[in-house]
Design a protein around this ligand. Structure first.
Ligand code: MGD
Ligand code: MGD
Ligand code: MO
Length: 764
């Protein structure tokens, strides 16, 4: 194994930090300038503007950025995207090519020494590439040979459960459906996906309490809400178009509470890019009350608020809780409300780091309002008690009857643009029996019934050599997953690792004995199959299914669509099956017909999805019907506060995104909204903590994580003083994934606890 020494972590190179003031306002003209610069540099201005005019339009393509929905009705020309959506497009539609000549002249070792930023900027992969056992360079391979190689590798495994089939969240409904169908016909449910590291805690909590693993609100609900609470989310960077929805709340007289260890700029003040009149002024203040909670202090904070609400309700019965809703629609209220008495208000407040006055102010706002939306993202899900966090959010909404009515409900803000759709299509290691039954009826095979591996279990299985084959449908497994060096060993144990990718990334360099890169079309590109030009469909964060059609010519004639690649692999692998994969892939309407027959909510799919704007999937919580839960009602639950204990020299570390990255794709080196430019290897610390531990601004440190006696190290980070609660620190992923222990994960959902890593900090 000549490439064994290729490093799995991004190289420990500093890039020359510059610090600026944290800006007072987000979006506005600076964002537009930044968007256009990325478009100009990567795509070229004329082609780029043409492309932008098609993003999120009813006849265009779905932005591959985030899963935030588009307005149902009027859409602004050239404006239904954001700075970071434009960057996502620029990355995909880039002029840069990674061709066979590039691979012939760059060894894996050389490529491993590049940073993620440098690697990404090399561009799109143009040809299928193969790495022979022991080779130092990838070389070109024909598609048919690649499919045969995969088939041979799969068919020689002792059991189909020795193969892992990962999915990232950009894959279309059609490709995802065909993929899971192939994997199940092959014989396994080993379908881990990026959701396992993302909103799995939301899915687990919401299914149990409300009977549906998805959020309940629509975009229009934001115009009717009295109060929106945004917890553990940084929309200014990760879902910028959400700021327009929050602006709608404010315009209609609603209030906003933000709960976050960081005062994220986007949540505080906003200049609408679609309304140049706001650019000159000081912007719109979005947040009415900011609670600077300690990392993982959310359950304690919510419990403190619940105690105060209970006191208010006891004082003036019937004024705070919605007793009619509680009686008609819920189960478990008595046990839940009694449990609150087990907590001491002052002790809870101490765990939150927030002042009593502010918590009282939050409780008062919640007491006075009836239509409440709670939004959240990774700040709540990626914790040991991530599922508890979200169940506690649901408790609060249930008490207020704030679900299943206009202007109220749950809003888990999804990440990848089709991550929710992929799950609807059956990309899940724990499929429901009813779904498998339908697949069996429609496709005449015996589907595997036992659950497969999620992401963490898949890594462990490969590490233990219980799994020997890895296929990634998109994504960047080595860089997105926890415990980088452990995961690298796991992948290196495989006989074959295969990646279906648009761009080159680190997962192509940390490989099994043999490796394949299969280049696919991106969202922005035209997709021609035997029956003519195709479109695909996607589901956004609010359950709207709509079509997406690329407009650019494919960057290379050797690219295949993800759907065609799955069909190729399935045809080569499954010799005795009755499904005609190539026919299905020749006309995506046929795949949609199969989806309609096997997944509820897709009646008349091919007709409805052709209507501009698409259609909403059914959503029992939105419809105020909880009969599908295990009790037939919406369930109150009893949840646990954080049990993480820090020693004197230890800190909690959250791993977050900069303004210039899309997960593991690094667009640039700036985190403009936090005033940190040209450097990613930083650790944000409270200035008082720095004083106590004798650390100065820009000191070079090693970070060491501590978990059950195990230690992991990450070197060469610069200390930066920042407005963050004491004992809390922040770093950027993927650089610090090496510190996230594989076994440190959420109860129930198994999501890596990458927002609460116990670390110590040592000067180098
Ligand atoms: N431009 C861009 N857009 C993206 C992405 C991207 O990388 N770049 N990624 C996409 C994906 S896959 C996802 S999942 C989403 C991610 O969207 P976010 O969840 O907004 O992303 P993170 O950077 O992980 O930010 C988490 C936020 O939670 C806060 N936080 C951390 N720990 C806690 C805590 O214990 N309590 C509370 N209350 N807050 C906490 C952090 O300070 C931060 O503001 O964005 C999607 N959109
Ligand atoms: N420490 C830490 N770790 C985290 C997180 C965190 O907050 N902290 N967040 C987690 C979260 S929320 C998520 S969702 C995961 C993300 O995990 P992944 O989804 O695995 O990672 P991405 O970086 O989004 O994947 C980027 C790669 O996808 C490929 N790609 C892009 N577009 C397409 C396409 O259209 N088709 C195909 N086939 N490939 C494409 C490109 O080759 C690109 O290099 O990371 C998780 N990891
Ligand atoms: Mo995500």
């Amino acid at each position: 194994m000549k490439n064994k020494n290729t490093i799995a972590q991004p190289p420990e190179k500093l890039t020359g930090i510059k610090l600026t003031e944290v800006p007072k306002t987000s979006v506005g003209p600076t964002a537009i300038k930044s968007a256009l610069t990325h478009i100009k540099n990567e795509v070229g201005l004329i082609k780029g503007i043409g492309l932008l005019s098609k993003i999120n339009q009813k006849d265009g393509f779905d932005c591959p950025g985030c899963a935030w929905p588009d307005p149902d009705e009027k859409r602004a020309f050239l404006a239904e995207y954001c700075e970071n959506g434009a960057k996502a497009i620029a990355e995909e539609a880039t002029k840069q090519r990674v061709s066979p000549i590039f691979f012939a002249t760059h060894s894996i070792q050389e490529l491993g020494a590049l940073s993620d930023y440098e690697l990404g900027k090399k561009g799109r992969v143009t040809h299928p590439m193969f790495l022979k056992e022991g080779a130092t360079h990838y070389e070109e391979i024909k598609w048919e040979q690649a499919f045969e190689l995969i088939a041979t590798s799969l068919n020689k495994l002792a059991s189909p459960n020795e193969a892992i089939f990962y999915t990232s969240g950009r894959t279309s409904n059609e490709a995802a459906y065909l993929y899971q169908l192939f994997v199940r016909q092959y014989g396994t449910n080993n379908l881990p996906d990026c959701s396992n590291m993302c909103h799995e805690s939301s899915g687990a909590a919401l299914s149990e309490t409300l009977g549906i693993g998805k959020g309940s609100v629509t975009l229009d609900d934001f115009n009717h809400a009295d109060l929106v609470i945004v917890m553990g989310q940084n929309p200014g960077t990760n879902h910028p178009r959400m700021l327009s929805a929050l602006e709608g709340t404010k315009k209609n007289g609603g209030k906003i509470i933000s709960i976050n260890p960081l005062k994220e700029v986007g949540l505080v003040n906003f200049k609408d890019p679609q309304n140049p009149f706001t650019w000159l002024g000081s912007g719109i203040n979005l947040t009415d009350l900011f609670l600077q909670v300690k990392i993982n202090g959310d359950v304690a904070l919510l419990k403190a608020i619940l105690i105060l609400l209970k006191q208010k309700e006891n004082k003036n019965p019937g004024t705070v809780f919605d007793h009619h809703f509680i009686k008609e629609k819920t189960q478990g209220f008595d046990a839940f409300i009694d449990d609150i008495d087990n907590y001491n208000l002052d002790e809870l407040i101490a765990q939150t780091g927030v002042s009593k006055t502010q918590i009282e102010a939050a409780a008062e706002m919640i007491a006075q309002n009836k239509k409440i939306i709670i939004c959240w993202a990774m700040g709540l899900t990626q914790h040991k008690n991530g599922v508890d966090n979200i169940r506690e959010v649901v408790n609060l909404l249930l008490l207020k009857g704030s679900i299943g009515k206009q202007g109220a409900g749950t809003c888990p803000v999804r990440g990848h643009s089709n991550v929710q759709g992929d799950r609807t299509m059956g990309i899940w290691e724990k499929p429901q029996a009813a779904f498998l039954d339908k697949l069996e009826q429609e496709f005449h095979f015996n589907a595997p019934k036992h659950h497969g591996y999620d992401v963490v279990e898949a890594i462990q299985a490969m590490h233990d050599k219980k799994a020997k084959f890895f296929l990634g449908m998109g994504g960047n497994f080595i860089s997105a997953t926890p415990d980088t060096e452990f995961t690298a060993e796991a992948l290196r144990n495989c006989d074959l690792t295969v990646h279906i990718s648009t761009k080159i990334n680190r997962s192509h360099l940390i490989h099994g004995k043999q490796a394949l890169i299969l280049p696919c079309l991106g969202r922005s590109e035209q997709d021609f199959q035997e029956s003519g030009e195709q479109f695909v469909t996607v589901e956004n964060s609010m359950g709207v299914v709509s079509k997406s059609k690329g407009h650019l010519s494919p960057l290379s004639e050797y690219l295949k669509s993800e759907t065609a690649i799955v069909a190729g692999i399935a045809t080569a692998t499954l010799k005795n099956c009755s499904t005609n994969w190539l026919q299905l892939a020749s006309n995506y309407d046929l795949i949609r017909n199969a989806i309609e027959k096997t997944i509820p909510g897709f009646d008349n799919y091919n007709v409805r999805v052709r209507k501009p704007g698409g259609f909403y999937l059914p959503n029992n919580a939105r419809e105020n019907n909880f009969s599908v839960t295990h009790t037939g009602k919406a369930n109150f639950s009893i949840n646990q506060t954080s049990d993480l204990l820090l020693e004197k020299d230890q800190f909690l570390m959250m791993t977050i995104r900069t303004h210039d990255q899309y997960n593991t794709t690094i667009y640039g080196l700036d985190d403009r909204y936090r005033g940190i430019l040209n450097e990613r290897r930083v650790v944000l610390m409270n200035p008082e903590d720095m004083k106590e531990f004798q650390l100065q601004e820009k000191d070079l440190v090693t970070l060491t994580s501590h978990f059950k006696g195990e230690k992991r190290h990450a070197h060469k980070f610069l200390v930066i003083s920042y407005d963050i609660p004491r004992k809390c620190t922040a770093t950027y992923f993927p650089e610090t994934n090496v510190l996230v222990p594989i076994n440190s994960k959420a109860r129930i959902s198994n999501t890596p606890a990458s927002k609460a890593v116990v670390i110590s900090i040592h000067k180098e």
